[in-house]
Design a protein around this ligand. Sequence first.
Ligand code: C2E
Ligand code: MG
Ligand code: MG
Ligand code: MG
Length: 278
Amino acid sequence: QAKQAGRNGMRFFDQQMQDTINARAKLEEALRMAVEQKQFELYFQIQVDQFGAATGAEALIRWIQEDGSFVSPARFIPLAEETGLILPIGDWLLDTACAQLKRWQNDPKTEHLTLAINISAAQLHQWDFCQKVEECVESYGINPQRLKLELTEGILLANIEDTISKMQKLKFLGIRFSLDDFGTGYSSLQYLKRLPLSQLKIDQSFVHDLVSNNNGQAIVSTIIAMASSLQLDVIAEGVENMAQRNYLEQLGCSRYQGYLFGRPMPAAAFRASLSQCL
Ligand code: C2E
Ligand code: MG
Ligand code: MG
Ligand code: MG
């Protein structure tokens, strides 16, 4: 009996593994096509200050398949990173984001906004990454102070010397850096001190724990204290309700991003959502 069950268990496991491998291969194939045909769109999510006024936006990539269905970046960005497809995607992203920022700068409604884009490790560590960014900023004629690059702690640990030297080069041009998903990695204060950052971004998992859970409160307080001792600004992501927002404000965080203020949306809808505030 047991032997029988074991065999069946094994067969079941094999089948599941095979299915996973097949699904992955299919997704990779589709992603290659998507890169060739540029089946991507940038969505924009508002960032606000303590008065609810827009200070900027984060660009979030969307893969829109031929049939109109969406694939979440949480699903395809890791695959893009493993396969190297993140490099052409990153080039597209940089160009598209800079083009958008240029449009914003020519529009009184949006000229003051910053635009944050997510940068993957492989992108940052390309030998010509700084040149790519500089060329893009120059060719669109955008104000580099309005461009913010979001890095995660994982990137920093991968190759700290290269990271710091690239960050310094780009900072010299006026570009700023935000440390995304902060608190989920392992960076020590010692590390952070060496990085020319301008912002820490509190990960949404801590924001979600904030109201219900003492741990969440302690972590957020610690992050805010770190930011203040390093003279960085701090923004919270994933803010979904007023209770969270008010708690954050009490703890000293006065920049917010999350569904409470706006969902990620296409550029035109984003602009329209702003005019309601004015
Ligand atoms: P992230 O950079 O931490 O982005 C925040 C994610 O939280 C976004 O998911 C956003 O839609 C979601 N979010 C925003 N507000 C709320 C909220 O109030 N509640 C909840 N539950 N979620 C909220 P999204 O767009 O699915 O992106 C997921 C991740 O994919 C991003 O996390 C980022 O790591 C990556 N990603 C997205 N776009 C790009 C890109 O253009 N390049 C790279 N390299 N990575 C990207
Ligand atoms: Mg981000
Ligand atoms: Mg984040
Ligand atoms: Mg996150």
